[in-house]
Design a protein around this ligand. Structure first.
Ligand SMILES: [Zn+2]
Length: 123
């Protein structure tokens, strides 16, 4: 018989609950949240893991402490100050061209300038 139980495991990225099927428990088609799942059910919880959520996250369960292990976390990209300055100047120059202004913006109107530019260009 193809009976199983289901443990609902929240995606570590978008929190949508995915159905992890397990056959190590009673296999009576019951459904549990991860926190309340019986220990014998937990044993086999990763039998079809890793699961892939529609948001792209892949994950499985850390059985020991019933936590979710995210297998493909997104990398954070860090900018150096030079890269930020470069990007900032590109946007600023483009904004200045768009508005047909030649004057050098002072620190008070730079933020306003960029917001206007982004609204115009819808970026
Ligand atoms: Zn997700």
């Amino acid at each position: 018989m193809g009976l199983f139980d289901t443990i609902l495991v929240p995606c570590p990225k978008c929190s949508e609950k995915m159905e992890f099927q397990t056959k190590s428990g009673d296999c009576s088609l019951r459904s549990f949240d991860l926190v309340s799942a019986p220990k014998n059910m937990m044993k086999d919880v990763n039998r079809h893991a890793p699961y892939k959520c529609s948001c792209g996250a892949e994950f499985q369960v850390k059985i020991k402490n019933k936590s979710v292990k995210w297998l493909n976390p997104e990398k954070l990209y860090t900018f150096t100050k030079e890269e930020l300055d470069y990007e900032f100047n590109l946007i600023l120059n483009k904004a200045l061209c768009l508005k047909g202004r030649i004057q050098q913006p002072n620190s008070n109107n730079i933020a306003e300038f960029i917001i206007k530019y982004m609204n115009d260009e819808k970026i």
